[in-house]
Design a protein around this ligand. Sequence first.
Ligand code: NAG
Ligand code: NAG
Ligand code: NAG
Ligand code: NAG
Ligand code: NAG
Ligand code: NAG
Length: 515
Amino acid sequence: MRDSSSPNFYTFWSTRSSSLVVFCILVPLVLVSLVVLNSDSKTSSLWYTSFSGHPSEGVHPPLNSSALIYASGGGGGGGGGEGERRVFFEPIASFISPPLVSAPSPAPQPAAPVFEGSSPNNTRRARRKDTKLERLELGLARARAAIKEAVRNPNRTALVDKDYVPKGPVYRNAYAFHKSYLEMEKLFKVYVYQEGEPPIFHDGPCKSIYSTEGFFINSMDMESRLRTRDPDRAHVFFLPFSVVRMVQYIYPRDHHDMKPLRRTVLDYINVISGKYPYWNRSLGADHFMLSCHDWGPYASGGHPQLFFNSIRVLCNANTSEWFNASRDVTLPEMNVRSHVVKVGGPSASGRPILAFFAGGSHGPVRPLLLKHWKDRDGDVQVHEYLPKGVSYVDLMKKSKFCLCPSGYEVASPRIMEAIYYECVPVTINAHYVLPFSDVLNWKAFSVQVSVEDIPNLKNILMSISPRQYIRMQRRVRTVQRHFMINGPPRRFDLYHMLLHSIWLRRLNIRIHPQD
Ligand SMILES: *[C@@H]1O[C@H](CO)[C@@H](O)[C@H](O)[C@H]1NC(C)=O
Ligand SMILES: *[C@@H]1O[C@H](CO)[C@@H](O)[C@H](O)[C@H]1NC(C)=O
Ligand SMILES: *[C@@H]1O[C@H](CO)[C@@H](O)[C@H](O)[C@H]1NC(C)=O
Ligand SMILES: *[C@@H]1O[C@H](CO)[C@@H](O)[C@H](O)[C@H]1NC(C)=O
Ligand SMILES: *[C@@H]1O[C@H](CO)[C@@H](O)[C@H](O)[C@H]1NC(C)=O
Ligand SMILES: *[C@@H]1O[C@H](CO)[C@@H](O)[C@H](O)[C@H]1NC(C)=O
């Protein structure tokens, strides 16, 4: 059913006639991305866990489930093939982290010459498609094997790179990451569905707190190297909608009714799953969406398979709200106030303040921080509002540690800001998966403080020796590259780190051709 509250609805679905989209002008901008460790070591035991036709079965999300379309049994539909295995979960992301899972190598797919010479009948078309999928899976299996081999047998002279060679303790496994990155550049192809019109599709915000959403959507539309125009050659499929724009254009403000967000998502998936075979083939597991909006996870509930199977790239990476680090990707949040950010800051001796925070008292964490530290201690400067004339950026540059507590949502733009200004980030949150934690070893260049430890904050920071601090700050400089926003994107920057995270999630699964 069309939704009468969204008068522009019909125009969304026509294929765009040209690729002319206003691009975010982000030219010399700094990028920052965070990586979070995938602490879910359980994933290593998940080889051959399958998705069945009804991923929502038996699952009760901690959200208000009566409001979820999938819980009502309506909506998405199972896509047939009840109980049959289509997608196998094979966690490769753990290859990047040190404890290597000794898992069996995926069996090489046969080259599927089956249909050659067989009599033409109507299974032939489907078989030809399957062959293409088998070829893609074979390529992925080779990449997986190459990465595994790199983990087992690091040969540091074998990887030459004119731009950058990852090394040092900021990486969980620098060599495996590099190998995986190069494999991605060699092989990985993303298909962007052309359906949908700006402003809600193929465009997004480039300013303020949700800017990484627009930045990625626009960069993806301009991408040439890792993108394919032929969906049969794609390893993943991008659903190019902007939840921020949906909220701006189709969320009826006075009604507090968020359902149009989910209806829009559901309609879009119905369009692409009806028109192309790719969604049904994997039940959405090789598709991804991206959103920095607080309601991104809510909007993803518009289709059960999107919610449970697809790769969701989200700022609101709250593991208590079904964010799953082995399948989803954390999108770093960044508050873009101007198009040029001057990256850098003084060394430790130029930073007289021990720790700094300024921000409103909202969400579950900040009230505790303010209660314990606001106006208490000159070394730990915690402000709710900065006094007039005091510069936020200057204070970040004068502080050794920058506190990054969660707000309403788990993500904080302060993490990126701290990295830009070379202030060692102190993350204070629960249920948050730090950005790129499949690759980056956050403990090497940041401090994680639990909510319970807020009263001990000063002791914790004081116990870090000056030498240790100098090392950590140097490592912050090393990871800056991975959080940089460049127009056009450059290797190893935020945009490419996000694609690499998506690449790892795609390597995590194997899709079985159907016949
Ligand atoms: C859950 O959502 C439904 C529909 O939006 C609403 O009627 C109901 O009151 C909500 N229940 C709770 C416990 O919030
Ligand atoms: C995919 O599955 C849906 C739901 O079962 C169905 O309506 C749609 O026609 C299928 N798409 C294709 C291309 O077969
Ligand atoms: C069509 O192909 C299937 C699968 O290969 C085969 O079992 C079937 O006999 C073929 N039908 C005809 C009429 O050739
Ligand atoms: C490491 O790689 C280099 C360059 O590819 C090669 O010449 C060398 O034999 C390799 N060493 C080992 C131990 O595999
Ligand atoms: C995360 O996703 C994987 C793959 O879908 C699944 O096997 C695993 O059970 C999920 N973990 C949690 C905690 O839901
Ligand atoms: C994360 O999810 C949990 C469970 O819904 C919730 O209690 C918490 O407030 C959410 N946000 C943050 C910032 O922790």
